[in-house]
Ligand binder design. Structure first.
Ligand code: NAD
Length: 344
């Protein structure tokens, strides 16, 4: 297949790209290369003939149109987004622009492209939109995990912008007949995640012998999924998912943030013992909570298991250990993304 991947220089998009190339597909990564999408992440693909890259913005209709016309994709994976909740609180405008207007622009251009395809290509065309569990808002401690029919209740500018995008995608299916798939995934971790996100923040603060910040009491619960499991699910949903449907993708690994960070500290104690002795646990420092912080997300992904036979393959502790090993082994990648005082 010829697969266009928006946001392919980002964390999940780069793992998906690696997987699609390994499966023998042609891939065009369409990415603006924001602070979250470093060119270095794409370096390993650049010599592969099946890989193409276009640096462009999903809000630029003409650039999207040209990419579709020139590459003639069989399907589109849409991952490009502004993704960091804290940044969305400090400055929501880019989140509305990229996540809402950008998704609208892509939908609009993909529909025009789809309408020009012969019926046999229309039958296989898919627009797969990658979204998040955060669109559902916060779960009570004893509540059952979110299902695909849970009501939307986004609480942050980030989750509200993703929820808006999900609604647009669904509308383009129901109103115009664009064959879409929507996935709502839980919290990802793994190699190539930007150092501003919780797991790398904890690893790199420990590495630098700096305080490891934990919002509030650290009892916010998240379901954690290894990024390679998420990429595998996206590929399977594109190939076998039913057009117009939403699929949840979860990791079956719900943990409190504090528990997760403590686990990271213990693995760091084994992989990279502190020079002065003692445990990295001593560096954990509680800081003022994020405004409007959701207390719990959890995903019911039985539909994906029942319909497509997917389950996550990686256990949290083993994959977390592998992730920490990767960060310790790839300093040059994350150093380039850190504020200069930490780039050592
Ligand atoms: P990321 O922040 O690591 O990467 C985002 C990518 O999008 C970057 O390469 C960036 O350059 C690109 N981009 C941003 N704005 C763009 C624009 N206007 N035009 C073109 N490219 C642009 O994000 P991620 O963590 O890999 O997430 C990918 C997708 O998966 C997002 O849609 C996100 O909402 C969703 N998601 C993420 C998680 C998670 O835990 N990381 C969980 C569920 C869903």
């Amino acid at each position: 297949m010829k697969l266009l991947v928006t946001g392919g220089a980002g964390f999940i998009g780069s793992h998906l790209t690696r997987r699609l190339l390994a499966a023998g597909h042609d891939v065009l990564v369409f990415d603006k290369l924001t602070y979250a999408g470093p060119r270095a992440t794409l370096a390993e693909f650049e010599s592969q003939p099946a890989f193409q890259f276009q640096q462009a913005d999903i809000t630029a209709a003409e650039a999207v149109r040209q990419a579709l016309a020139n590459f003639q994709p069989t399907a589109v994976f849409h991952l490009a987004a502004e993704t960091h909740v804290d940044r969305s609180i400090a400055g929501p405008a880019p989140f509305i622009h990229t996540n809402v207007v950008g998704t609208y622009t892509l939908l609009s251009e993909c529909l025009t492209y789809y309408q020009t395809l012969p019926p046999s290509d229309q039958a296989t065309f898919r627009f797969l939109h990658v979204s998040t569990d955060e669109v559902y808002g916060s779960l009570e401690p004893s509540a059952a995990p979110f299902t695909e029919s849970s009501p939307y209740h986004p609480n942050s500018p980030y989750s509200a912008s993703k929820a808006s995008a999900d609604h647009l995608v669904r509308a383009w299916h129901h109103t115009y007949g664009l064959p879409v798939l929507i996935t709502n995934g839980s919290n990802n971790y793994g190699p190539y995640q930007h150092p501003e996100k919780l797991v790398p923040v904890a690893i790199l603060a420990a590495y630098h012998e700096q305080p490891i910040p934990i919002y509030g009491d650290g009892q916010q619960r998240r379901d954690w999924i290894y990024v390679e499991d998420h990429a595998a699910a996206l590929q399977l949903i594109l190939e076998k998912g039913r057009s117009g449907e939403t699929y949840h993708v979860g990791g079956n690994s719900e943990r409190a943030n504090l528990t997760l960070v403590q686990r990271i500290c213990r693995i760091m104690d084994e992989q990279h013992p502190r020079l002065g002795g003692g445990s990295y646990l001593d560096l954990i420092q509680h800081v003022e909570d994020r405004p409007g912080h959701d207390s719990r997300y959890a995903m019911n992904f039985c539909k994906l298991e029942r319909e497509l036979g997917w389950v996550p393959e990686h256990a949290l502790e083993e994959a977390l250990s592998r992730t920490i090993h990767w960060y310790l082994d790839h300093r040059e990648w994350w150093q380039a993304l850190l504020p200069t005082e930490n780039a050592s």
